[in-house]
Design a protein. Structure first.
Length: 225
């Protein structure tokens, strides 16, 4: 493994592929590289795993049962612009490639998937991740997405819970009000229902780790920064 790819040990990946042999070979390779690997053999299961674990990277075949790779990427993009996505395909059809371009992929890999092609895509993932990990907030505050902390102007660090981190990440990606439904899907996940009381408590606790007034509740709609 190249020296720079050692940094992949800090990240998680979701890999979706319906062909058993390919899935086994590539997933074993990814397990040697990443902190955690989630594996799915169809698009529907891949989406559920994404909502449950919110991996840093998604690698998906384009042709799968249930959601195909393009549809899976579209669903992910509805709630996250920062999740990085690699699509693998036997197709060089222009329509597929144009659809992929619209989804802000880091790479569209045409099969056969070789270790060299995969490594080049993973190098791009790392470069993009390094660029995006620090978010500047208000009044000198920062949000470190990789360390899951906020940092005040004096350098004090505030550790975020899993739900606090997901909510702040979602709000920081959107230059608009994020609806209650979006928050429920992204923060609570596919199988869990969100109560308004639970959301209010989450927002209250998150506000303690942010500059005053940053997180705003928009009545009957949702939240925004």
């Amino acid at each position: 493994m190249k020296e720079e790819l050692e940094h992949l040990k800090n990240y998680t990946v979701l890999y979706a592929e319906d062909e058993p042999g390919t899935r086994e070979n590539i997933s074993e390779l990814l397990k040697m590289m990443f902190k955690k690997v989630y594996v799915a053999d169809n698009g529907d299961d891949a989406y559920e795993l994404y909502l449950k674990h919110m991996p840093d990277l998604v690698i998906t075949d384009i042709k799968m049962p249930g959601l195909d790779g393009i549809e899976l990427a579209k669903e992910i993009r509805k709630i996250s612009s920062s999740t990085q996505i690699i699509i693998i395909s036997a197709y060089t059809d222009v329509d597929y490639m144009l659809s992929a371009v619209e989804l802000s992929l880091i790479r569209y890999i045409v099969k056969p998937l070789t270790e060299t092609k995969l490594n080049k895509a993973l190098e791009l993932f790392l470069k993009n991740k390094e660029k995006r990990k620090i978010h500047e907030l208000e009044d000198g505050w920062r949000y470190d997405e990789d360390k899951h902390i906020t940092i005040d102007p004096e350098g004090n660090e505030y550790k975020l819970t899993k739900k606090e981190d997901r909510l702040l990440k979602l709000l920081s990606e959107k230059d608009r009000t994020v609806t209650y439904k979006e928050i429920e899907t992204y923060v609570w996940g596919y199988d869990n229902a969100m109560s308004q009381n639970a959301l209010r408590l989450l927002a209250k606790n998150l506000r303690k780790k942010l500059p005053e007034g940053l997180v705003k509740n928009i009545h009957a709609t949702g939240y925004r920064l």
